[in-house]
Design a protein around this ligand. Structure first.
Ligand code: NAD
Length: 458
């Protein structure tokens, strides 16, 4: 089977790939199984040096990688560059922390007995990835996995195949053996065939629906399953803020990456005392976002990567919101001038929780804003979701914001900021946002399993 890559911003076909079959996937698995012990047996410093080369190749070729990503996923070029520059900081974190994180630890030495913890690699892992931040979500897994001695079967999204090829090219040039990192090309059926192999772990980023299928398929294997899934991330704006600054920050959080971020702001609650003022500033900010040619430095809102399916879905959410009492204050229409698939950045006010817009992940440049009476109501609404990725509170009173967020069921809590990821902090979701984590030192350790040594002198 062939997979066509279509530039979502122009409608132009830009590449064709031959998809892997069950047979080629099984062969790549078998080769990885054979190669992994040799990779793990290499001195740690050697593996680290290889991944350091990879980091340097990406830095050298940022422009090529950025343009490739922009053309295949429709991401504005400045944001593609931002992703790649941000990536370097993540690599530096992994490279500087890995050795200490997985060092053998002696936890007792007395009366002739020594107790030690050793971190062994998991073995051969599957990395099934999404398209929205192809470099971030892929390398959060394969970089620490390779450093810690695993072999990786990497399945890029069918919407980000060209970026996946580039990653492999740089990794091979840097010294990663071809059998230790193999690209699995294909759609969902290729992902499913990958999980059928005797892998030692599956690390998935994508939708809740696919995450559930993967968890089910992996259940009888008793392997590590990590799922980084969607979100419906809330932001609450209290009445004590600089209203314009809070509006600008949350509008950026909602629309950056064309709203196609797992941690995009997806619903906004605003204290009634500042509601009108906030809506005005928020709308002004959104109106200032330039949409259109994604290869233009000034463009801020790009194309919908998944094309017409996503456009229909978002229009459905907007129509449902209007039917249930919402008002569109800006946007709401397909951008008529483009050959690709674009939606005008859309703001719906007067939102409520009967609307799909406030309940199901949008993953696009659409946002609902709802008026609330105070902290208790805001906290209740923030928790009225099956998701739990991030949550934000804007307030000058840090203690107040901390108190609200302590009672919100989310993996990340933001005060006066949003849509932010740090290599130093664990990235994890709760509920339908997933299981397990990446990033931070935990996100290095997660690619290892501990062996407990009890050593008694003879
Ligand atoms: P998706 O679930 O459609 O696809 C993800 C990957 O799974 C693709 O590579 C796809 O080919 C593969 N796949 C599809 N069916 C499969 C099956 N049955 N078995 C195995 N693999 C299969 O998701 P997407 O559209 O690529 O990504 C968007 C979603 O990802 C959003 O919900 C977003 O919130 C989420 N996401 C989450 C995070 C996070 O860190 N939590 C980060 C980025 C994206």
């Amino acid at each position: 089977m062939e997979i066509e890559v279509v530039n979502p911003a122009t409608g132009e076909k830009i590449a064709v790939f031959a998809a892997d079959t069950r047979e080629t996937i099984a062969a790549k698995y078998a080769a990885a199984r054979t190669a992994q012990p040799q990779w793990a047996a290499r001195p740690f410093a050697e593996r680290l040096a290889v991944l350091k080369n990879f980091r340097d190749s990406v830095e050298k070729d940022i422009e090529e990688a950025a343009l490739t990503m922009t053309r295949e996923v429709g991401k504005p070029i400045s944001q593609s560059r931002n992703e790649l520059k941000g990536l370097l900081a993540r690599f530096d974190f992994f490279l500087s922390k890995a050795e200490k994180t997985i060092a053998r630890e002696n936890v007792l030495k007395e009366s002739g007995i020594s107790e030690e913890i050793e971190h062994e690699p998991l073995g051969v892992i599957a990395n099934i990835s999404a398209w929205n931040y192809p470099w971030f979500v892929g390398s959060n897994v394969y970089v620490p996995a390779l450093i810690t001695g695993n072999a990786v079967l990497y399945k890029p999204s069918e919407f980000a195949l060209m970026s996946g090829e580039l990653m492999a090219k740089y990794l091979y040039e840097s010294g990663v053996p071809a059998d230790v990192f193999a690209v699995i090309r294909g759609k969902g059926d290729a992902g499913a065939a990958l999980i059928e192999q005797k892998i030692d772990g599956v690390f998935f980023t994508g939708s809740v629906a696919t995450g559930a299928k993967i968890a089910e398929a992996a259940a009888k294997k008793f392997i590590k399953v990590q799922l980084e899934l969607g979100g419906k991330d809330p932001a609450y704006i209290t009445e004590d803020v600089d209203v314009k600054a809070a509006a600008e920050s949350t509008a950026d959080g909602a629309m950056y990456n064309t709203g196609q971020s797992c941690c995009s702001v997806e619903r906004v609650y605003v204290h009634e005392n500042i509601y009108d003022d906030f809506v005005r500033h928020f709308t002004d900010t959104v109106k200032s976002f330039k949409s259109g040619n994604v290869e233009d430095n000034a463009t801020y809102v790009g194309a919908l990567t998944r094309g017409k399916i996503q456009l229909d879905f978002l229009e459905g959410q907007i129509q449902d919101a209007v039917k249930k009492g919402g008002t569109i204050v800006t946007g709401g229409k397909r951008a008529a001038t483009e050959k690709g698939v674009f939606l005008e950045p859309t703001v719906v006010v007067g939102a409520n929780h009967d609307m799909a817009l406030m309940r199901e992940e949008s993953f696009g440049p659409v946002i609902g804003i709802m008026k609330v009476k105070g902290d208790a109501e805001a906290q209740k609404l923030m928790n009225d979701t099956e998701y739990g990725l991030t949550a934000a509170v804007y307030s000058r009173a840090e203690a107040r914001a901390r108190k609200i967020l302590s009672g919100v069921n989310a993996g990340s809590a933001y005060i006066n900021c949003c849509d932010r990821v740090s290599p130093r902090l664990p990235w994890s979701g709760r509920g339908h946002s997933g299981v397990g984590l990446t990033l931070s030192t935990y996100g290095i350790e997660t690619f290892t399993r501990p062996k407990a040594w009890h050593v008694k002198g003879a």
